[in-house]
Ligand binder design. Structure first.
Ligand code: SUG
Length: 416
């Protein structure tokens, strides 16, 4: 079977809540203290996967992590009952749902040894995300155990690595060699730059990427709330869809890209059509740009784009014209969006032969139905912020995850 793009979506965990843990992520800080709806959140994620299957795309899943993370708390010489409130919230976060931050992926055609390499992200900048990597590593080692893959442990701190959210792979077609664009930020603005150049370079070396570009994110984008590059740019095959103010030196970047991939099509949205602030509020670029089975491209956007007049009217004009995006699908992932996670954040792209992936991590409509039934029965309906320390809630969260792993024949992951 040829190499295809598989989107692995993180299933929203039963502890999904709004604790405002990510400075620089405007949606998350704005919604701090709100009541979350884990069941609706997870079902919205499943509906997105169902819609992608209906478009003819190949779909995979990644599972919620054990929460609260007792192992992490033990490393801090405490336990959940005694932990300070901020540690409680950090230990309970369901942030592993944003699978674009799970790892950086270099497909086989891009690497020196022609294996698909995955490096788990250390997510070292935000405390609540810094303890995701051991459970991510365990899952990826299981899902990608085939010799077609090489799964690597994270780059060591202090070099922050946020995974595929700061990485764009461009190529004429998924199965052909590509240019890998690693986007990093520089500290100095009001919010942390989460992706460090040293980490991007280490990942590229570790993967044996033969054609890598290192591009600096603009300070203006980070300051406006683009805490990851995928909030202001997305690429698929030969198409780069980006905001005019996404990169520090866009002319140099575009020239490098054109030299390495002459077929590249750059679709740039000017700031006078969609401001950075509208781009970030709507998550226009945090979209899944995908190639459909007929070879045309579709953009899967959050429904918030439809509610943002500048972004929606730009998209309508593009589709009516001759641009490469031929179709737009809006999906409702509102619960995730309220924590700053759009459709693109929820998925990790892996270009591979699906036959080499552990089938327990791939889904069809019937398997999604089974997952939906567990979620409907077990996930908490709502988590008011002040319930975060409630022992009954914790027991429910742990039981819900165990029920899901059991139904997917993945109980081996219970403790990791
Ligand atoms: O890291 N939100 C995530 C959102 C990640 C989005 N991912 C991509 N852009 N690829 C983050 O900021 C909020 C959790 C809280 O505040 O409780 C959070 O972690």
């Amino acid at each position: 079977m040829p190499l295809v793009e598989i989107n692995f979506d993180g299933i929203v965990g039963p502890s999904h809540n709004y604790a405002g843990l990510s400075p620089g992520n405007l949606a998350a800080t704005r919604n701090a203290g709100a009541t979350s709806h884990p069941r609706a959140a997870a079902l919205q994620g499943l509906a997105k996967m169902r819609a992608n299957l209906a478009l003819g795309l190949t779909q995979g899943i990644l599972l919620p992590h054990p929460r609260p993370d007792h192992r992490w708390l033990a490393g801090l010489a405490t336990d959940y009952a005694d932990a300070a409130p901020h540690l409680k919230a950090q230990a309970l976060s369901a942030s592993a749902m944003w699978a674009a931050n799970a790892a950086t992926v270099s497909p086989a055609p891009d690497t020196a040894d022609e294996r698909c390499h995955l490096t788990v992200a250390n997510l070292g900048t935000m405390p609540h995300r810094s303890h995701e990597w051991p459970a991510t590593l365990a899952q990826l080692e299981l899902a990608f155990a085939d010799p077609a893959f090489a799964v690597h442990a994270p780059v060591p701190p202090p070099f922050g690595d946020e995974g595929a959210a700061n990485h764009m792979r461009m190529t004429r077609a998924h199965g052909e060699p590509g240019v890998e664009v690693f986007v990093y930020g520089e500290d100095g603005g009001p919010f942390p730059a989460r992706q460090h150049r040293e980490a991007s370079e280490a990942v590229a070396r570790c993967h044996g990427v033969t054609n890598a570009l290192f591009v600096r994110q603009s300070d203006a984008a980070i300051a406006a709330g683009a805490f990851h590059n995928d909030v202001v740019a997305v690429a698929n095959e030969r198409v780069l869809f980006a905001h005019e103010q996404a990169f520090a030196d866009r002319d140099a970047f575009y020239a490098d890209l054109r030299a390495r991939l002459p077929a590249v099509e750059i679709v740039e949205v000017p700031a006078n059509a969609v401001s950075l602030s509208d781009a970030i509020a709507s998550y226009l670029f945090n979209a899944q740009l995908v190639t459909l089975p007929d070879g045309t491209m579709a953009l899967i956007v959050p429904s918030e784009v439809r509610a943002t007049p500048s972004a929606w009217s730009w998209l309508r004009q593009h589709v009516a014209g001759n641009g490469p995006i031929r179709r737009v699908e809006a999906v409702d992932v509102r619960e995730s969006m309220a924590n700053g996670g759009g459709p693109a954040c929820l998925r990790l792209r892996v270009v591979a032969d699906p036959a080499t992936v552990d089938p327990r991590f791939l889904v069809d409509a019937a398997r999604l139905d089974r997952i939906a039934a567990v979620i409907a029965a077990e996930w908490p309906e709502a988590i008011p912020f002040d319930a975060i320390g409630d022992p009954a809630l914790l027991a429910r969260i742990e039981h819900a995850r165990a029920a899901l792993l059991e139904s997917l024949d993945l109980v081996g992951l219970l403790d990791s």
